[in-house]
Write a protein that binds this ligand. Structure first.
Ligand code: ADP
Ligand code: MG
Length: 622
């Protein structure tokens, strides 16, 4: 059953009109997987020391280079040492993809089906069971779990992985776990252990934060990596996206001029990555015709994209060794900088940018922005080229870009994004004084006050700052407070049907297919415009609702998607999410004091009212 669930979570992506690089991917046969040996990972040497340190200390910090085996091996060691007798071993990951991919890997290594002994839980997808001893999950899932089980009674060990990423949620978990031990909660189990893992040792103050807990470092060798500045972009190019072309140029040059070894290219997000793959494919095709006229081979370079929203079985190909004589080129987001390790990489192409969520205080919104990476991040990327042999890192930017545009370290998320969601969670956990909460790094007080004001305006907290009944209901939804407020308004009017499709569509990756080739792009845009004109112009929300409804009621939904250049895979996810949200509302409505309202008016008017209730911060008077 668990395996079924895993399969549902990853429908094959065959319905989309295939682009040329997709055709290439489809042509590739997955060879028999070589069970890579995990016996010679650097962490193996430290096994005994690590297990003992976890036994002896409530808190432990483990550092070690990416690929040393922390994420896949330590939970296994703890399981084999008997920790799971007292509860699940929970491992958090900032990224959903990493949680799923690593769980799959560990299940394979332990010879069990995913969802049994080893499982995962991410937003809207729970692939675990009563028997799950090692559970990989997103940090957000653990935070939500703490709302129902604040003392973590179901767990024996909590491993907070990828701590160097300093995501907002991991930072909050640091504070909650510290508090849990400070307060000597009567329910806290004696054997609960906390391990924090990080790819860098720059986490100054973390050990002090956890009562000067010990730090175990996993020494790992790294082969020399040559660093080359390609000087293709400089400080002036900070604002434009010319770096895609630069990345393509450098990658092709590596393929033509450098000796054997796979390439890992770092870019910022899905659309850019798809575009780059398309360009690379076109280039590779023309090169191979030129160089290998006889066999018309286009297989010299195997181009594989890697980003969060990709279907799971496509992600798995990334880890397989390429067929003999073929060079693998993975075009990835930051996910392969530390979360996922791909073997065989000898060349890194560093595009120099990353997508980052930043709070815009004027608009009161978090915005995803493309910004230069930090120097520390650049060094992580560089390290990917020297894991199994010496390698080279090609930085497409110049020294001035490095000096002037790249900060030493990234600012942690807690200092740059909206805190509304996490403050609501803290309030639900009965942590009233959110200003004096033990933060590893205190966020700007202005951000805290802004979040409190927002929650008060949403009626999620009352004048005295206590969470309201509505606030508790809002916390049930794994969605933004604005969207949740709109849904609850609709539910009180008994017309959640209007809003759930929109909420579901906003929770999945963009459904619109944007092909790389100009001709197809025109055709796709035309189809998308037709859909939005049915929604009465460029109304994003209504368009999403129309796509959802039309596809759902179509006799052949996948063909409908193909015709309208819509990702069928994303719509399938949206259908599932809608079902789950509907279930949450059904349960809430069973409560006798669930608020009820009535309003007579056309459906569109009701929809607008609900949206305004939720997104009141985005309303303007004309
Ligand atoms: P760390 O957490 O220290 O960065 P990992 O435990 O993630 O290291 O990775 C250890 C090794 O396991 C990697 O070198 C890689 O070879 C292998 N590995 C990890 N995840 C996968 C996966 N999903 N598929 C195949 N191999 C993997
Ligand atoms: Mg790891």
């Amino acid at each position: 059953m668990a395996a079924d669930r895993g399969a549902v979570g990853s429908p094959p992506r065959r319905s989309a009109p295939s682009s040329s690089h997709q055709r290439q991917r489809d042509k590739m046969q997955i060879p028999d997987e070589k069970k890579s040996t995990y016996c010679d990972l650097p962490i193996k040497q430290q096994r005994r020391k690590l297990v003992q340190a976890v036994k002896d200390n409530p808190f432990l910090i483990v550092t070690g280079r990416t690929g040393s085996g922390k994420t896949t091996q330590l939970p296994k060691y703890l399981y084999e040492a008997g920790f799971s007798k007292h509860g699940t071993i929970g491992v958090t990951q900032p990224r959903k993809v990493a949680a799923i991919s690593v769980a799959q890997r560990v299940a394979e290594e332990m010879n069990c089906s995913l969802g049994s002994l080893v499982g995962y839980q991410v937003r809207f997808d729970d692939c675990s069971s009563q028997d799950t001893a090692i559970k990989y999950m997103t940090d957000g899932c653990l935070l939500r779990h703490m709302m129902v089980d604040p003392d973590l009674t179901k767990f024996s060990v909590i491993i907070l992985d990828e701590a160097h990423e300093r995501t907002l949620t991991t930072d909050i978990l640091f504070g909650l776990l510290k508090k849990l031990f400070q307060e000597k909660s009567p329910n806290r189990k004696e054997h609960l252990k906390v391990v924090v893992m990080s790819a860098t040792i720059e986490l100054v103050g973390l050990s002090a934060f956890f009562g000067n807990c010990p730090v175990v470092d996993i020494p790992g060798k790294i082969f020399p990596v040559k660093e080359i500045f390609c000087n293709l972009i400089g400080p002036k190019d900070k604002e434009n996206s010319s770096y895609v072309n630069a990345v393509v140029k450098v990658t092709i040059e590596i393929h033509l001029n450098e000796s054997a070894g796979d390439i890992l290219v770092f870019l910022t997000g899905q659309s850019e990555i798809e575009r780059t793959c398309e360009l690379l494919f076109q280039k590779a095709e023309s090169i191979d015709y030129q160089y290998d006229v006889q066999d018309h081979s286009i297989d010299g370079l195997l181009i594989l994209p890697l980003y969060g929203a990709m279907p799971t079985e496509q992600q798995r190909r990334i880890f397989l060794p390429p067929p003999p004589g073929i060079r693998k080129c993975v075009v990835s987001t930051n996910i392969s900088a530390t979360s996922l390790t791909i073997d065989g990489i000898r060349y890194v192409v560093d595009g120099g940018f990353v997508k980052q969520l930043n709070h815009n205080p004027r608009l009161g919104l978090d915005m995803l922005e493309v910004v230069p990476i930090s120097k520390s991040e650049a060094m992580q990327r560089t390290g990917r080229a020297g894991r199994t042999s010496s390698g080279t890192c090609f930085r497409i930017y110049n020294q001035d870009f490095w000096d002037q545009c790249m900060p030493d370290y990234m600012i942690p998320e807690i200092k740059r994004t909206s805190l509304t969601s996490v403050i609501l969670t803290l309030k639900c956990l009965a942590i009233h004084d959110v200003i004096r909460f033990p933060y590893l790094e205190r966020p700007d007080e202005k951000l805290i006050l802004e979040a409190l004001k927002h929650l008060y305006q949403c009626d999620a907290i009352d004048r005295s700052g206590h969470v309201t009944k509505l606030g508790l209901s809002m916390a049930e939804f794994p969605l933004s407070p604005n969207l949740t407020r709109a849904i609850l308004k609709a539910a009180s009017l008994d017309c959640e049907d209007l809003l759930l499709p929109i909420a579901a569509m906003l929770s999945v990756e963009s459904v619109f297919i944007r092909p790389g080739e100009a001709e197809k792009q025109e055709e796709a845009e035309l189809r998308h415009q037709e859909l939005s004109s049915q929604a009465g112009g460029f109304n994003d929300f209504a368009t999403l609702a129309i796509i959802f409804e039309q596809c759902k009621s179509s006799p052949s939904p996948s063909a409908w998607c193909q015709k309208h250049w819509i990702h069928w895979r994303c719509l399938q996810s949206a259908f599932r999410v809608e079902g789950q949200l509907r279930e949450i509302i059904r349960k809430l409505k069973q409560q006798p004091d669930f608020p009820r309202e009535s309003f007579d008016g056309p459906r569109q008017e009701i929809l607008r009212r609900c949206l305004c209730t939720g997104y009141f911060t985005n309303v303007a008077r004309r």
